[in-house]
Design a protein around this ligand. Sequence first.
Ligand code: PEP
Length: 264
Amino acid sequence: MRAKMIAGNWKMNSGAAAAADFVEKLETWFADSPEGRQAASAVREGRVEIVIAPPFTSIASAHAAKKSDLINIAAQNIHHRQKGAFTGEISLPMIEEAGCRYVIIGHSERRHVFKETNEDLEKKLIAALESRVLPIFCIGELLEERESGDTKRVLASQLESAWRSLTSDVVAEMVVIAYEPVWAIGTGKTASDADAEEACDYIRTLACDKFGIAASDSLRILYGGSVKPENSGSLLSQKNIDGLLIGGASLEVESFEKIIETSL
Ligand code: PEP
């Protein structure tokens, strides 16, 4: 059974105090409300995993506000080198020390706004795996690529260049893929359940062709793009969707909690 992952990507929102407040409220919900206690049991039993990705300067305060192991923290990006003369960059040892278990790599804003290439992202993916920080690796097509029927070709090429040197065991145990169609991110236009499932099914088929059935059965594949409490349950009920990467709707703790509830 693949644990459902509910992951919030805060982007450049929520400073240190707001991050601590969010974590405190979520911990209180886990401890004090019937829905929260049900969610906490699902996490403890390995059925659900909760991740938040605050901006770098909020990671330490989010981590310090934790009262349990129910919440995992992710960084939104990293540099592939461990240290050195890279002004403005943050390394894997730094995010680990600050309390991160996961790192988001290749978010569409990194690819398209900051022009990170497939080659850059392969280096980051390998560096994260070597540091044993678990990558949430994002892929997804632009609107024009979808409209010209190129979605599968884009997904295959983004994946192939990233995971060409990985082994089946690593893919099975450490990698999470997030399918995020770029046209659905922050636009309010969610992919239909069927379109999201088709893409995630295709990703699993690619994993099976390259790494075998056991690895592809274990690989977790998330959907992201304008997820909210109203559509999260039906997305999560799709066979190949193992969780959600949520931007806007993860910023308010109440809406994040409602999305967690739909995973139970
Ligand atoms: C994201 O940032 O990964 C994302 C999916 O954003 P939103 O949910 O706001 O579309």
